[in-house]
Design a protein around this ligand. Sequence first.
Ligand code: 7PM
Length: 263
Amino acid sequence: MGIVNVTPDSFSDGGRLYTNSQVDISKTLRTVENMLLEGADIIDIGGESTRPGAAEVTNQQELDRVIPVLDAVIARFDTIVSIDTSTSTVIKEAADRGASLINDVRALSRDGALKAAVDSQLPVCLMHMQNQPKIMQSAPTYFDVVNEVFEFLMLRKQRCLEAGIESSKIILDPGFGFGKTLAHNLTLFNAIEKFTDTGHPILVGVSRKSMIGQILGLENTENRVIGSVALALMAAQRGAKILRVHDVLETRQAIDMWQSTHF
Ligand code: 7PM
């Protein structure tokens, strides 16, 4: 899954798809085309910056950022488009326009989001986050991070099933970097198998995140590519089915080398 962040301020690719404070559609399409040529199977389009400390966006701002890009990508490419949103109106609009997957860092907890997802009949990715982006990294605390994240996801999954989403349409994601310290992230990473054991596809998003910066002593996110690829490969080896990444070519090469050893 290639990340397309349509935000002026996203953490590693901030404003890259903007020209004069406007989303640059042709630049975005070139980015998407490259990701597809590099071997992405899914394009994840998001218009809300969920980086630590990020300010909230209004529904209208999010729609204005994301819908023109979604329309352009769907018109131009034959690919699976995922929409990274927590907002019911964005879920509805995106589904009507041909999105194939709803990726919600708030696990469909916002008003109307669960109903919009049910109505869309699309698969959903439910992610764990402690607190909201604005404060999530101030003092994340858990008694038992693995069990708490797991129980949260099981609860959200149950809500989805009760609301009418088929079990086979539910993807789970432990939410690396979302209200978690380095130690929490590493403990969760070591427990990926607990999540894959549920039988649901697991999505892992560690690309260029601070856990890599902290371990390797890298402030600049552009220098975190090798660490990101290493973690993505390990996640895949532990059973993760979807890797949400900035660096499609590098990740694909690592996965292809590993896959070539199974014969
Ligand atoms: C810190 C946390 C900085 C997250 C930047 C981000 C995920 C996601 C994002 C993830 C799923 C970024 C993000 N991360 N959706 N959306 N899983 N499902 O890298 O890990 O753009 S936002």
